[in-house]
Ligand binder design. Structure first.
Ligand SMILES: [Zn+2]
Length: 80
């Protein structure tokens, strides 16, 4: 499927690269790469040898640190 979107909630950008079993848009993928680098070269190198399940755990951990900009007062979807 080529119409996958970013796994980050609230982000509707088109999927750019896989992260575990899901996909991330380019912006979030680069942020994810940067986060892994910051965590240390050990994790960065180990990641390549990880299974999808193990990667999913890393992605889940990273997601907690991701803040998606949201409108201050969420409004229910309305027809215009
Ligand atoms: Zn995204």
């Amino acid at each position: 499927m080529s119409d996958q979107v970013c796994l980050i909630e609230g982000c509707s950008a088109r999927a750019y690269a896989p992260a575990g079993t899901a996909s991330l848009c380019k912006t979030h993928f680069l942020a994810y790469l940067a986060w892994r680098r910051k965590r240390g070269a050990g994790l960065f190198a180990k990641y390549a040898a990880m299974t999808m399940e193990e990667r999913d755990a890393i992605v889940a951990e990273w997601r907690k640190s991701v803040t998606v900009e949201e409108p201050p007062s969420p409004q229910p979807a309305q027809n215009r």
